[in-house]
Write a protein that binds this ligand. Structure first.
Ligand code: ADP
Ligand code: MG
Length: 332
């Protein structure tokens, strides 16, 4: 099976929204009149971003999910994507699984594959996603205001817990492992929440390298500081995806079962969460709650933006925690 057969068989589908999809020199799309295009790329490299043993369908999901997560953090609506793929060999079972997971998530977000490139080489997946957003409505990193509340969506730290089970430093029973592993391998891009937050949030980012590190990008760009409390690390959030104000608290039952220090480390700097971290004025709390409700996405308030630069994490007694939290950096 050659390169063109692979494309034809696994990646070419009839064009829907696109004026011209897979098969020509360029794809052609017609963005909605007056909208800005939001564009982002993310690459997944074997051994770096995923284990060679990962289920190909999960990998297809994740490759697109991490890109859709960037659109979510910008408050952009998914439109289309391209896929650049380096494959060591043509493995039909792998391609069938990969494309199935990829298209399942693509279809759920009405995001169309319009082109790409396929080549032989070490397994490497690069997706560029295109979305659209009304001019001036995109969520940005640089606009956090002193006094803003800071929130996260869903739960953080689960992907890190799964990774530590793979590494053998943590153990979980089979059922719990299956759940945290799904959080690592099949993250949920918070696209709908991002759309709902457009007129509400002042700043937003998606958490890929660890909560504190990614929040740090907002702080730096906005020239502000933050205080993060840890009361939300005391109880587990509901994990069903349905919103329950009483119980959601930013960490899963599996994280809540760990000793406080591990909970703290995994939630603050775990990485691979693909949750949204955003800030909003205090007088928007009800609207934030409504956005969470509308998008069926739990949201937890975890701190506030301060004038003093720097990031302070407060223990349950309100005292600053002095330990350092490393955020993920490929070249550090
Ligand atoms: P070119 O030689 O013009 O770069 P290619 O021969 O690489 O074109 O690709 C042929 C067509 O298939 C193009 O329309 C390209 O966008 C598309 N394509 C290639 N690889 C993929 C892929 N992995 N997924 C979707 N479309 C692809
Ligand atoms: Mg090409």
């Amino acid at each position: 099976m050659g390169e063109f057969d692979v494309i034809e068989r696994y990646f070419k589908r009839p064009a829907r929204k696109a004026a011209l999809g897979v098969g020509d020199d360029c794809a052609l799309i017609m963005p909605t009149a007056g909208m800005q295009l939001a564009i982002s790329s993310d690459m997944l490299v074997e051994g770096r971003h995923f284990l060679s043993t990962v289920n190909p369908s999960h990998l297809g999901h994740k490759a697109l999910a991490v890109n859709l997560s960037d659109l979510a953090a910008s408050g952009a609506e998914p439109l289309a994507f391209t896929l650049a793929l380096a494959l060591p060999r043509v493995d039909e079972a792998w391609l069938a699984g990969f494309s199935e997971g990829l298209f399942r998530l693509a279809d759920a977000h009405n995001c169309e594959l319009i082109g790409g490139d396929t080549t032989q080489g070490p397994l490497n997946i690069c997706i560029t996603v295109l979305g659209e957003v009304p001019p001036g409505d995109a969520l940005l990193r640089h606009n956090a205001q002193v006094g803003d509340d800071i929130y996260i969506s869903g739960t953080v730290g689960d992907a890190r817990l799964a990774l530590e089970v793979f590494r053998g430093t943590q153990s979980l029973d089979a059922k719990a492992f299956e759940q945290v592993r799904a959080r690592m391998e099949q993250p949920t891009p918070r696209v709908q929440l991002g759309l709902e937050l457009r007129a509400i949030a002042n700043a937003a980012i998606d958490v890929s390298d660890g909560l504190l590190g990614d929040l740090g990008h907002i702080l730096k760009r906005s020239n502000v500081g933050a205080e993060i409390n840890t009361d939300w690390l005391q109880t587990a959030g509901s994990f069903s995806g349905s919103l329950n104000e009483q119980t959601h608290a930013g960490i899963s039952p599996w994280l809540a079962a760990l000793p406080f220090n591990k909970r703290l480390e995994f939630a603050m700097s775990g990485g691979d969460d693909y949750e949204l971290c955003f800030t909003a004025p205090v007088n928007q709390r009800e609207l934030v709650h409504a956005a969470a409700w509308e998008s069926d996405t739990p949201v937890t308030r975890i701190g506030r933006i301060t004038e003093t630069s720097g990031l302070v994490v407060l223990d349950p007694q309100g005292q600053p925690i002095t330990r350092r939290f490393a955020s993920f950096d490929h070249f550090a």
